[in-house]
Design a binder for this molecule. Structure first.
Ligand SMILES: Cc1ncc(COP(=O)(O)O)c(C=O)c1O
Length: 377
């Protein structure tokens, strides 16, 4: 329970907390490794809760951070010009349509702040990435969460129905976090058409680098159909820069970018993150190699779990969403004691599901062995 009194014993209840913020649900973050060591007594921990890259990052990133270009005593460029110029070239769009964030999560917060006021409306799906709900709630908006189908596919007609309510913002991740499934081209086009002109379509592509050929080019689709949008991407996953915090918003116009930019803090992307992201983007070969290894491991782990008769959603990401045949919080706690950190899903209706990141072979083997013990408990 939260402490209601301050250090001098006086109550805090007279304070004017923003009620929307004070009532927010807690973000379900992965546990730090030190906690897992303490709980399990294991020194080697399988860190499979946060969808990080188990192979680290490009050596060109570490080289850039050791170069004289990195000046920690200077403020970083608040407009991240060099990074936005590189991203503009990479995406084939104007750099003025891009905003860089302290992780793409900051861009989700900035979008919610820029487009939602108390009484506003956002649409998203369930299960989904927690911040797609939390950030609209923080701004006093209502959130319609459209459930996925029983077999964990996007329910396109139901989402079209929710979009007919004309929300100010529509958040969807493809591939989906936590499920791993993707929107195909026809579904994306249907949603873009249903979205209309008064809703900002936020297409969160945090895991796009892990997808198979045939994954639709969201940027091309939304631009072709003239839908107001933001595409979110991150350096935290395939590029392995989760600890540095850098992501970006590719916007449908410089006006959308201007307002998203106005909603962020001025020096949001630190100097190390800007330098690292430019170096990471320039080393596509390293990223592609890491993704190929992770995807191969994912298919290997999937086969093992299939052999155990475990139901999983199809995944084009660096994680699997699986029915753990029990309460997933209990399962996550059981695995933690075995030195494995995973995420037990807590959204109503999905409490039997565990989200497990694909790690190194050694980490995955540790998970499989511990999960077998859970199944045989
Ligand atoms: C779908 C999705 N969007 C956004 C993020 C935020 O990533 P970051 O803030 O590290 O860029 C995550 C992180 O897990 C995610 O899964």
């Amino acid at each position: 329970m939260t402490k209601a009194n301050n250090a001098a014993g006086a109550p805090d209840s007279a304070l004017a907390f923003n009620p929307h913020v004070a009532a927010l649900p807690t973000y379900n973050a992965g546990l730090p490794v030190a906690v897992a060591r303490e709980v399990s007594g294991h020194s080697f921990i399988a860190r499979l809760a946060s969808n990080e890259n188990p192979f680290g990052c490009s050596p060109k990133v570490t080289a850039a951070l050791s170069s004289s270009a990195f000046e920690p005593w200077r403020y970083a460029d608040p407009a991240a010009r060099e990074l936005r110029a590189a991203l503009g070239k990479y995406l084939g769009i104007d750099a003025n349509e891009i905003v860089c964030g302290n992780g793409s999560e900051e861009m989700i917060a900035a979008i919610a702040r820029a487009f939602l006021v108390p009484g506003g409306l956002a649409v998203t799906v369930v299960p989904s990435f927690g911040l797609h709900e939390i950030e609209p709630l923080a701004n006093g908006a209502k959130v319609i969460k459209v459930p996925m189908t029983k077999d964990l596919a996007f329910d396109i007609p139901a989402i079209e129905g929710a979009l007919a309510r004309k929300p100010q913002v529509f958040f969807i991740s493809t591939p989906s976090n936590p499920v791993g499934v993707t929107l195909d081209l026809a579904s994306l086009e249907r949603l873009a058409t249903a979205n209309g002109q008064s809703t900002l379509f936020v297409l969160d592509e945090a895991y796009r680098e892990f997808t198979e050929p045939g994954f639709p080019d969201g940027l091309e689709v939304l631009r072709r159909l003239g839908v107001p949008h933001v595409i979110l991407r991150t350096f935290s996953k395939a590029y392995g820069l989760a600890g540095l915090r850098v992501g970006y918003a590719a916007c449908s116009s410089s006006e959308v970018a201007r307002v998203v930019n106005a909603a962020k803090t001025p020096f949001n992307v630190n100097a190390a993150a800007q330098i690292a992201a430019v170096a990471a983007l320039a080393d596509e070969a390293w990223m592609r190699d890491a993704v190929a290894r992770i995807n191969a491991e994912r298919e290997r782990v999937r086969k093992v779990l299939h052999g155990l008769d475990i139901w999983m959603a199809p995944s084009q990401t660096n994680f699997l969403f699986l029915d753990c045949r029990g309460d997933s919080s209990e399962c996550a706690q059981f695995l933690l004691k075995e030195g494995v950190i995973v995420k037990g899903w807590r959204e109503a209706g999905y409490e039997r599901f565990l989200r497990v990141t694909i790690g190194t072979t050694e980490e995955n083997e540790k998970f499989i062995a511990a999960f077998k013990r859970w199944l045989n408990r």
